[in-house]
Structures are given as structure tokens and as C-alpha cells.
Design a protein around this ligand. Structure first.
Ligand code: CUA
Length: 322
């Protein structure tokens, strides 16, 4: 049993673990988990001892009032005390978990799409647009307010390492405050079945030191640099002539679509296709040529009919959008 427990817990570390918290909310949730586990262990140990007692010990018949007290004490009083203790502890954590972020905190609007995440940083009116997909970068040690919505179906936004999950419901905006406590790369997931590719909508969460975060945010506000490599230059022309800009935006070019992900800095992201492919030219090619195979049910049509050299050049262009 101990070996099984150790093996089980060995799977509880890493970029997507509630038991290795990297945020204030997650720390409270992990503490609650351990207290609940301890409470459950206490009740389990008590029941097991009673079982052993019943099997091993052959006492003469209990007096009736001893038996009655055993049932009242073990069956009602003991569990009520343990469960009441855990309930009050859990309820006491809630105000802290639901506390809104201060007025001037960073605000990030996240929209659950089929099946990817649209990320928009709320910027001052004089700053540029910061929109990206499937990747969120955060400064360490600062509360961040998330505004969560969905245009069509219900998703659930969850970064296990940073805090609790909350549903994204069409027609309303749910708010969640998260405060990362250490830097690192974590993984976010959709925690509510939302359709065919529900399991294929993940995102990367990168927690950075404040200065690195500011530099990253400034870079995200810039428009796309014109490509310099010959393949990428041809790729940009193909991107425009094939109508990719009807769905995708590349800020600084005629492509200004709003249906699919903003690709202005797509080459700088950690992964492609909502956390399912690495970010390299090969993966761009795979994605464009076989969207439906990579992500069943995806809205983007595949472009496998294009000549291989066109796909290669498109991939070179997208990869260069850093
Ligand atoms: Cu989105 Cu499940």
C-alpha cells in the first residue's frame, strides 16, 4: 500500500500539479487537500482498528450501553467532529480564494474558443494591442485579474499550479484572481468537456521576473517585423494571396482577421495548436497540411492541397514571426 502510495504521489509533481503549488490560490488548495487527506486517514485508521478488533478479539458480549456508545461515538460524534472541522477550515479559505485583485492590477481577458484560447491583455488606451493565443505570461508576485468568457460553448479555465478552476460561460464574464509565487513554466487545461477536441486545448503559462515580463509585454505590443529570409518573404506573399488574413491577424500587415488566433508573434510562442505541437517550421507545416488530423473538429480548414514548396515557405514565414 505504501509503495502504491509513493508511486501514485510520484506522478503529482511537474508543470500541471496541484500538489506542487506555484501560486497563492494553489497553496491554499494544496493545504486543504492535505488536511482532507489527514482527516480521511484518521477515519480510515479508526474503522480499520475496529475491524481488526472485531476479527481478532473474542470478548464476552458487550453490555448494551457500551455497544450503544460505540455506535453513537464512532458512527455519529467522531465523523461529525472531523467533517465539521474540515468544513470550517475549507469555508474559511473561500473568501481569500475569491478576493478580487486590487484596482490597478494587470487584467487579462481569456476567451475559450473551439479548441484554443484567445488571450488579450487589457492595455492602457495609449498602448498597443497585446493579443495572442494559447500562452499566458505573468509577472511573479503580483495579483492578476482574469476575465473569462466564451462565445459559444462552456469551457473551464484551470492552471492547476497557480490556483482553482472556473467555468467560462457564454453570455457572462467570470473573474478569477491568480498570484504566482515563483517563476517557471506551467500548463493550463480546459477542465470541462466542450466538444471533440476538448482534450487538445491546453496552454502554456510562463511566470517571469517583473523586468523580463515587462520586456516581453513591450515586445508583444510591437507590430510584426517584415521577413528578411527569401523563403519567408515568399511565405508572406502566399499568406496574403491564399486569404489566411480573413481569419488571422498579423499586426502591421493587411492580414486583420479576427476569427482565428492572432499570429503577430506566433514564432515566439512555446507551442502550437494549443499545446499539442512543438513550435518549429516542421510543426507549422504539419498543422497547415493536416489540421483535421491533428485536431479533430477544428474550424480551420486544411491547406494540404497547396504545393509542398508553398507550405514550406508559409511555415518559414510563420516561424519567423517572433
Ligand atoms: Cu474547452 Cu473543454
Amino acid at each position: 500500500m505504501i509503495a502504491a502510495g509513493v508511486l501514485g504521489l510520484a506522478a503529482c509533481s511537474g508543470a500541471q500539479s496541484v500538489l506542487e503549488p506555484a501560486g497563492q490560490g494553489a497553496e491554499r488548495i494544496a493545504a486543504l487537500f492535505w488536511w482532507m487527506a489527514a482527516g480521511a486517514l484518521l477515519i480510515w485508521a479508526f474503522v480499520v482498528s475496529l475491524t481488526i478488533y472485531a476479527i481478532r478479539v473474542q470478548p464476552e458480549a458487550h453490555r448494551q450501553n457500551v455497544g450503544a456508545w460505540l455506535i453513537i461515538g464512532g458512527g455519529a460524534i467522531f465523523p461529525t467532529l472531523v467533517l465539521a472541522g474540515l468544513l470550517s477550515y475549507g469555508l474559511a479559505l473561500m473568501p481569500e480564494l475569491l478576493r478580487p485583485a486590487p484596482e490597478n492590477s494587470l487584467q487579462i481577458a481569456v476567451s475559450g474558443e473551439q479548441w484554443w484560447w484567445r488571450i488579450r491583455y487589457r492595455m492602457p488606451s495609449d498602448a498597443g494591442t497585446v493579443e495572442l493565443a494559447n500562452e499566458i505570461r505573468l509577472p511573479v508576485g503580483e495579483p492578476v485579474s482574469f476575465l473569462l468568457e466564451s462565445p459559444d460553448v462552456i469551457h473551464s479555465f484551470w492552471i492547476p499550479s497557480l490556483g482553482g478552476k472556473i467555468d467560462m460561460i457564454p453570455g457572462r464574464t467570470n473573474r478569477l484572481t491568480l498570484e504566482p509565487t515563483r517563476t517557471g513554466v506551467f500548463r493550463g487545461v480546459c477542465a470541462e468537456y466542450c466538444g471533440t477536441s476538448h482534450a487538445l486545448m491546453n496552454f502554456d503559462v510562463v511566470v517571469l521576473e517583473k523586468a523580463d515580463f515587462t520586456a516581453w509585454l513591450n515586445r508583444q505590443q510591437t507590430i510584426a517585423q517584415p521577413p528578411t529570409q527569401p523563403l519567408a518573404i515568399r511565405g508572406q506573399e502566399l499568406f496574403i494571396t491564399n486569404g489566411c488574413g480573413a481569419c488571422h491577424a498579423v499586426r502591421g500587415t493587411p492580414a486583420d482577421g479576427v476569427i482565428g488566433p492572432d499570429l503577430t508573434h506566433v514564432g515566439s510562442r512555446l507551442s502550437l495548436g494549443a499545446g499539442i505541437l512543438p513550435n518549429d517550421p516542421e510543426a507549422f507545416l504539419t498543422w497547415m497540411a493536416r489540421t483535421e488530423e491533428v485536431k479533430p473538429g477544428v474550424h480551420m480548414p486544411h491547406f494540404g492541397m497547396l504545393p509542398p514548396e508553398d507550405l514550406r515557405d508559409l511555415a518559414a514565414y510563420l516561424d519567423a514571426l517572433e
